[in-house]
Design a protein around this ligand. Structure first.
Ligand code: PLP
Length: 382
């Protein structure tokens, strides 16, 4: 039987048709006024979405490349940083730091919870040598959000620089780079920005530039200084190396779509989809995995007893056409995650809930058919 394919993971996300069409256009040369005009527009548009007036750089890379750039450009070997994490992606900060010989004070909370701003404050007070604090806006592996605004207020009072992995959240949930005093914010292409994977975006405050000037870790491709010189200082919208031309064209179209809808409306749409997903899962008698502040881009759900999480996930994907995400690392088989992020709407969430109901029913899980869908409908209808 034919089932339409729906990609409902917290990245990559579905790409709107007009954004897909941009990739089918002939590739233009990057050292031309035509391309520089597009890149100039893209950087300006990204700054409006980041809500920043600071420098913003674009690298052809996975989001993790942007994260690595935030270690190699800010730190020196032997420096100490604070990593506050609540899941797999937060832990990546400390893995990258270790790879470069940067000493890490790693504050990790139980997965599912959000990090505590008060604990970050305590650790900063206890060690004045901490150069930077690394956090995650929306922890995609667990579905928990951090209070970046509160953490920003704390870190701003110290000499430390605040670095935020906003890869899954930017463009979908509130993140106000300058107002929340986030010195470095990293984003990626394939989540809220609705384009195929392959771009990392990084904003850099003056405070972060000051630290970057002292950094001695080796760097070349991800050198902020080189990128800043080409993209901004020489005012050329140039790039040090060949940029991903087609992805930049796609980003230009995607930014048009986001701004046409209005960023506030985009945020509200994600809040609605998340509320519907959470209500639906609870109505089915399932338990949400996140016990902290739930993120509006992904809902993580515990696989109920008597249900095989691996089979559930495969049936929904291979039989019913909807790709959800499973659990990562130690959560494999224990949770599944519904991505309601980017180019997604009410009907996608309702379809996902309906498919989950059907696959649960097939495994003999007891519930009243339709209660999940009904709960989601009620949220959208209200
Ligand atoms: C997806 C994601 C990443 C990793 O992005 P890649 O493009 O796979 O490198 C990092 N952090 C968060 C919070 C994410 O959601």
């Amino acid at each position: 039987m034919l089932y339409k394919k729906r990609l409902m993971t917290p990245g990559p996300t579905e790409v709107p048709p007009t954004v897909l069409a941009e990739a089918a256009k002939p590739v233009i040369h990057h050292r031309t006024p035509q391309f520089r005009k597009v890149l100039t527009e893209v950087i300006a548009g990204l700054k409006r979405i980041f809500k920043t007036e600071q420098d913003l750089l674009v690298f052809p890379a996975a989001g993790t490349g942007g994260m690595e750039s935030a270690i190699v450009n800010l730190c020196s070997a032997g420096d100490k940083i604070l990593v506050a994490s609540c899941g797999n992606f937060g832990n990546r900060w400390s893995t990258i730091a270790k790879a470069y010989g940067v000493e890490t004070d790693h504050y990790e909370v139980e997965w599912g919870m959000s990090v505590s701003p008060a604990e970050i404050e305590k650790r900063l007070q206890a060690d004045a040598g901490i150069k930077a604090v690394y956090i995650t806006l929306s922890e995609t592996s667990t579905g928990a959000e951090s209070d970046v605004k509160a953490i920003g207020q704390i870190v701003a009072k110290t000499p430390a620089v605040l670095v935020v992995d906003a890869i899954s959240g930017l463009g979908a949930i509130p993140m106000e780079t300058d107002a929340w005093q986030a010195d470095v914010v990293v984003a990626g292409a394939q989540k809220g920005f609705m384009i195929p994977p392959g771009l990392a975006m990084v904003s850099i405050s003056k405070k972060a530039w000051t630290l970057a000037k002292e950094s001695k870790l080796p760097k070349f491709y991800f050198s902020w200084e080189k990128a800043q010189k080409s993209m901004i200082a020489e005012a050329l919208a140039n790039t040090p190396y060949t940029p991903s031309v087609s992805l930049i064209m796609q980003m230009a179209e995607s930014l048009r779509l986001i701004e046409q809808e209005g960023l506030d409306v985009v945020w509200a749409r994600h809040a609605k989809m998340a509320a519907a997903a959470r209500e639906a899962m609870q109505a089915l008698g399932l338990k949400l995995f996140c016990t902290g502040q739930p993120s509006n881009v992904v809902t993580s759900v515990r696989v109920p007893e008597g249900v095989d999480g691996g089979i559930l996930f495969k049936v929904i994907r291979d039989t019913y056409g909807i790709t959800l995400a499973g659990g990562q690392g130690k959560l494999k088989g224990k949770i599944f995650r519904i991505g309601h992020l980017g180019y997604a709407d009410d009907w996608d969430v309702i379809a996902a809930v309906a498919a989950i109901e059907r696959a649960l029913g097939e495994q003999g899980f007891k519930f009243q058919l339709g209660v999940g869908v009904s709960a989601a409908q009620k949220v959208f209808f209200s």
